[in-house]
Write a protein that binds this ligand. Structure first.
Ligand code: TXA
Ligand code: MG
Length: 350
């Protein structure tokens, strides 16, 4: 595994050319997008796709997102390009929105885990776009982490998680959005939100008459047992436990700090290393001095959903580095702007 530093705004041509060569040779390149680092491979190369699944330990039923440099390239990997798709692409691309559409036969079925659809997006990152243009093939890129683990927002996270299972890492520093793209399925009459992300349902609503939601992210195993239509449609990748650090994650409601502290004290008494992730440490830790010994680490998070999302995964990686056994996380508001963060926290805790 080699890491090359690249300028996020003006990516060096030489680095991009080398990465494109690795992709065209069937190798794996980790590269930054505006959301998280992706593990890239040539979407038209069956063997390279197989290497992605193997490197991540990803179950074969979980389909991949195809990344393309513009809407014209997206149209080439699908068989239908509806007015809705065109409007969403015009409004949000390049950007953190993934559209699920009927798959063109030139895209190997393996990309989509055998589904008749394909997920496609244009990332808003100059390094990603330069790589897509230089390689001149669509690139599949799941988040560059071992399956079920915390997604990487920095090159160091990729190196630690995947090590020699990736051929080349393009390091352009921390990503801007911090959680994965919003995924919306347009392959059926009713557009369905499969994964909340930085683009909220409020942002999408002007473009859609109606939005179905995948069954609630917190509905346990029911989330994957939909009948195949409408609001409970099966969304293969949304495994319940996901985005999880090694520590057990317990969410607590603002207002129930006392209960959370009691839990932390009991765990610390049992010799467990405890962390906390809170927006307001002052309110949380109205504690006597003995509580300083209860927590190995307390991380303060920003009160704004975008800033919170940007820091979330790096914070979960820090919890892992601190070797916490348990981490208490203050719940965030139940509003559309916070839906992406709430979804990731729920999954980390389940
Ligand atoms: O922000 C992102 O989307 C990042 C960056 C690297 O682009 N990528 C990412 O990929 O998050 P991944 O593989 O970690 O998540 C892909 C999600 C999964 O939930 C998967 O089930 C869903 O997209 N997906 C992919 N193809 C699909 C399809 N044909 N139908 C339904 N869901 C699909
Ligand atoms: Mg992922």
């Amino acid at each position: 595994m080699t890491t090359i530093r690249v300028d996020a705004e003006h990516p060096e041509e030489e680095a991009i050319a080398r990465a494109a060569e690795v992709i065209l040779d069937g190798g794996l390149v980790a590269f930054p997008t505006e959301t998280v680092y992706g593990l890239g491979a040539n979407a038209l190369d069956e063997a390279a796709i197989a290497r992605i699944y193997a490197a991540k330990g990803r179950p074969a039923y979980n389909p991949l997102i195809v990344h393309v440099p513009d809407a014209a390239a997206a149209r080439a990997v699908v068989t239908e390009w509806s007015e809705t798709a065109a409007a969403l692409a015009a409004a949000f691309w390049p950007g953190p929105l993934t559209l699920v559409l009927p798959r063109h036969p030139r895209v190997p079925g393996r990309v989509s885990a055998g589904l008749a659809t394909v997920a496609v997006r244009v990332p808003a990152h100059r390094v990603a776009l330069a790589l897509l243009r230089a390689a001149d093939v669509p690139i599949v890129a799941p988040s560059a982490n071992p399956s079920m683990g915390v997604s990487p927002t920095r090159a160091e996270h990729v190196a630690r998680g995947l090590a020699d299972r990736v051929d080349l890492i393009l390091d352009a520093g921390p990503t801007r959005v911090g959680i994965e793209s919003t995924v919306i399925d347009l392959s059926d009459d009713l557009p369905t939100l499969l994964r909340p992300g930085a683009i909220s349902s409020d942002d999408l609503r002007p473009f859609l008459d109606d939005i179905g939601a995948r069954s609630a992210p917190d509905s346990g195993s029911n989330a994957d047992s939909g009948s195949g239509a409408g609001p409970t449609r099966r969304s293969p990748g949304m495994l319940d436990r996901h985005y999880a650090p090694r520590a057990a994650v317990r969410l607590f409601e603002p207002g129930s700090e006392a209960d959370a502290l009691a839990l932390a004290r009991r765990a610390a008494n049992d010799g467990r290393a405890v962390g906390a992730i809170v927006v307001d440490p002052e309110r949380f830790a109205q504690r006597d001095r003995r509580d300083d010994e209860v927590f190995r680490i307390i991380v303060r998070m920003p009160p704004d959903p975008r800033a919170y999302a940007r820091e979330l995964y790096a914070t979960l990686h820090r919890i892992d580095e601190a070797e916490c056994d348990l981490v208490l996380v203050e719940e965030v508001p139940d509003t559309p702007a916070w839906a992406g963060v709430r979804d990731r926290l729920k999954r980390a805790a389940s």
